[in-house]
Ligand binder design. Structure first.
Ligand code: COA
Length: 420
């Protein structure tokens, strides 16, 4: 399905997100209002809500997490947009990107000129066990879950296969977590917006205050090697290899290219979009790559007419540290089996040759699953417009990419944006 083009150009003109984290007193509609208000404030030439013609809202499972279904019109109602058509879009952890795709297609088809896209999830109302069960419904409940798999378990299987095939050890995974916490420490919206060294020092100070034995960790690796601080979740994945259970919302405004400058002098152009699907993990011939991510990437690159070397900012779906390494290979930034070496050599840090997840990624920023894909777009919006504050990537990046994965890769979406 390569060689396809959009019927007309689509621009990204506004973006906003709530803080990601655990917010016991807030539901998704309140988080969505925060994201929407920040999005409207980002429209530097002002905004008339009456211009919005449709809304697509990514949400994995508000039924299981909040006991509330039918969430799209609730979101649009709370920001005063009824009666515009509001459609909920579900694709597990890729729900947000699927909502974005619906917005892109609706504008490209000529049906609408102005579309609101949102992503929402409120996960922390459940216990971790409850959230694990809810998330498990995005796996194959006939073949995978009865065999004892959870999401950490499935990504642990991917990590184990990768280590077996390419000789990586769990040490490299720790480096990905350290790097993403370093990036997230510069992101005020991040759930765990602290370097691991800061978390470590806070734990030592807390022990001292309480008169308990003070741990002897000196380096971040001392801390990460300590099973009391960084317990195994599903070998080889430990706590700091996992994205957290999160609440959050994100929102962007898409418009047809010809009217983009009515909203801002700095529109971003959607130049490539790819989506692909795959069999569940248990039925695949390889565990060390997500074929749907590769295919979605190839379609997006081809549509955009750019190569991996042209991508200057990228947010990839690091639901677990191994997922980031695999993503950097699936997107052809590194050859198969070399992503882990690149991570170890520091190439994916902010100052490296190929920075990945400047936002802190899902690991540090948080992973409210239905919001994550739209949250990635918010980061690329800021990086390409030079408004990412302290975490701004050097060199004024002009082309950025998002890579969002549903489940273990049954749904994958890749988008490419350009500042002209
Ligand atoms: N990374 C680092 N620290 C984390 C963390 C994470 N992912 N998750 C929780 N913590 C911290 C908490 O802040 C808390 O710290 P504190 O004691 O200083 O307050 C401590 O660890 C315990 O938190 P808790 O929520 O009780 O942890 P948990 O053991 O119940 O849950 C996981 C940890 C990893 C099992 C859970 O976050 C998880 O399931 N993550 C994966 C989610 C997922 O599968 N998403 C979909 C991906 S496809």
């Amino acid at each position: 399905m390569t060689g396809r083009r959009l019927g007309r150009g689509v621009a990204l003109v506004g973006a906003g997100m709530s803080k990601f984290g655990a917010f016991p007193g807030k539901n998704t509609r309140e988080l969505f209002v925060e994201a929407y208000q920040e999005m409207t404030a980002s429209l530097d030439k002002g905004f008339d809500p009456a211009a919005v013609e449709a809304a697509y809202i990514g949400n994995f499972s508000s039924e299981l997490f909040e006991g509330q279904g039918h969430t799209a019109p609730i979101m649009t109602d709370w920001v005063g947009l009824t009666p515009v058509p509001a459609t909920r879009v579900e694709g597990a952890c890729a729900s947000g990107s699927l909502a974005l795709r619906q917005g892109i297609l609706a504008i490209a088809s000529g049906l609408y000129d102005v579309v609101l896209v949102g992503g929402i999830e409120k996960m922390t109302g459940l216990t971790t066990d409850g959230a694990t069960d809810a998330l498990a419904t995005a796996a194959d409940v006939t073949y995978e879950i009865p065999a004892g798999f959870t999401f950490p378990g499935m990504y642990a299987a991917i990590a184990t296969a990768y280590m077996h095939e390419y000789g990586m050890t769990p040490e490299t995974l720790l480096q990905v977590g350290i790097k993403n916490h370093e990036h997230g420490a510069l992101n005020p919206k991040a759930q765990f917006g602290q370097r691991i060294s800061a978390i470590m020092e806070a734990r030592k100070a807390s022990a001292a205050r309480k008169g308990k034995p003070v741990p002897t960790w000196v380096t971040e690796l001392d801390f990460l090697h300590d099973p009391a601080a960084n317990p195994q979740i599903a070998w080889p994945l430990r706590l700091f290899d996992c994205s957290p259970v999160s609440d959050g919302a994100a929102s962007v405004l898409l418009v047809s290219e010809d009217i983009a400058r009515h909203y801002t002098d700095a529109p971003l152009h959607l130049i490539g979009t790819g989506q692909a699907s795959d069999t569940a993990l248990h039925g695949r011939s390889t565990l060390t790559s997500l074929p749907a991510a590769k295919r979605a990437g190839q379609i997006a690159y081809e549509m955009a007419g750019v190569t991996p070397a042209d991508i200057r900012a990228v947010e990839v779906h690091d639901c677990f540290t191994i997922a980031e390494i695999v993503a950097t290979e699936d997107l052809d930034f590194f050859k198969p089996g070399e992503g882990w070496k690149a991570a170890e050599d520091g190439l994916t840090t902010r100052g490296g040759a190929r920075p990945v997840n400047s936002s802190g990624g899902l690991k540090s920023k948080g992973h409210p699953v239905g919001a994550s894909g739209v949250g990635q777009v918010v980061e690329i919006f800021h990086q390409l417009r030079g408004s990412a504050g302290e975490r701004q990537l050097p060199g004024a990046p002009n082309i950025g990419m998002t890579h969002n994965v549903g489940g273990t890769g049954q749904t994958c979406v890749v988008n490419i944006f350009e500042r002209r």
